[in-house]
Design a protein around this ligand. Structure first.
Ligand SMILES: [Zn+2]
Length: 329
């Protein structure tokens, strides 16, 4: 089954309200940590350094600057006919306790790729469709290539998570369709299989990452402390921010040097993948998952089975083959 390494509900304690959500958050971490331990993954002790001070405000200050400095790729979209859903969206909806038949499915054709991204949107957040297309369409092409499908659901996922990444399929909860969240989740995919030339498994478990972490005095956020993969993903938000926002991290935090080796490593090793744009058209993608009936009543007339095969000879990115390619939060 899926592997949960940790919970990503909150990256910034300033977002915690006053009715003791910190404790709720901690209990979530404990429960998923127990699950993590139970599946016996080989991962040693997570990072232990203090968090950069002042704290980074991922969801307000940084989010606004990310949106302002990451241009939206132009696009068109078309809805799938009734009755069909990609297999991965079907499975993800089931895991999250949602009815796959409640998912709206559509293709989004960004102008930098002849192959669309297939998105799955729960009917209760149907009003977020344009936001979903917009935010994902601001992610640089080279990063989007590592994402198979993206889905959006109402509320927190499984009652706790802002977003998840399962086999390069991102699911985002109700109020979390944000650049920082996407950068974090996509960074898990990059960690898993964009840097295989440097580390045979997960890059964040490599000595390269560890050696650079060791040269810093702090980590980006509290959430970085939950696992090496989360330190890498949290650092990814900073690395992208520093790349795209004029003045970089120093423009919002005088103590940027306390985490410099981490985000400089993210930037250095992923230099061809993170911003700025390095190509005008996509050259590789993950294969779409096959269409399956969405389980709606047989009284719903099913349209013709969609053809999700790539129509161009684009290279296929192999799925991640690391020990941590399951569900990550
Ligand atoms: Zn994560």
């Amino acid at each position: 089954m899926v592997v949960v390494t940790s919970a990503k509900k909150q990256l910034n304690s300033s977002h915690l309200s006053t009715d003791s959500p910190i404790m709720a958050y901690k209990s979530v971490l404990l429960s998923v940590t127990a699950l993590f331990a139970s599946v016996g993954l080989a991962q040693d002790k997570p990072p232990t350094k203090p968090v950069i001070s002042p704290a980074l405000d991922y969801f307000n200050t940084m989010e606004a600057k990310l949106v302002a400095n990451m241009p939206l790729q132009s696009f068109t979209s078309d809805d799938w006919g009734a009755g069909w859903i990609p297999q991965d969206c079907f499975d993800q909806a089931k895991v999250l306790g949602k009815n796959p038949a409640d998912m709206l499915v559509f293709n989004v054709h960004y102008s930098d790729c002849p192959e669309p991204w297939i998105m799955c949107l729960h009917k209760d957040v149907a009003s977020h469709k344009s936001l979903m297309i917009d935010r994902f369409g601001r992610v640089p092409l080279q990063m989007r290539e590592y994402i198979r499908h993206i889905s959006h659901y109402p509320g927190a996922l499984n009652g706790a998570a802002a977003a998840t990444n399962s086999g390069d399929n991102i699911a985002v909860g109700g109020d979390s369709m944000q650049m920082a969240i996407l950068a974090h989740e996509i960074s898990h995919s990059l960690d898993s299989h964009a840097l295989q030339q440097y580390a045979s498994g997960q890059f964040s478990l490599s000595s390269i990452w560890r050696d650079n972490y060791n040269q810093d005095s702090r980590v980006p956020t509290d959430y970085s402390l939950t696992a090496w993969a989360e330190d890498f993903a949290e650092t990814g938000v900073v690395g992208i921010f520093d790349r795209v926002v004029p003045g970089g991290l120093g423009s919002i935090n005088p103590n940027w040097h306390d985490i410099f080796h981490q985000y400089a490593t993210y930037q250095g090793y992923l230099g061809n993948i993170i911003p700025p744009a390095h190509k005008s058209q996509c050259t590789s993608r993950l294969a779409n998952s096959p269409p399956v009936p969405n389980g709606a009543s047989s009284e719903v007339r099913r349209s013709a089975r969609p053809n999700v095969n790539f129509k161009t000879n684009i290279a296929i990115i192999p799925p991640a083959n690391t020990s941590c390619s399951g569900l990550r939060i």
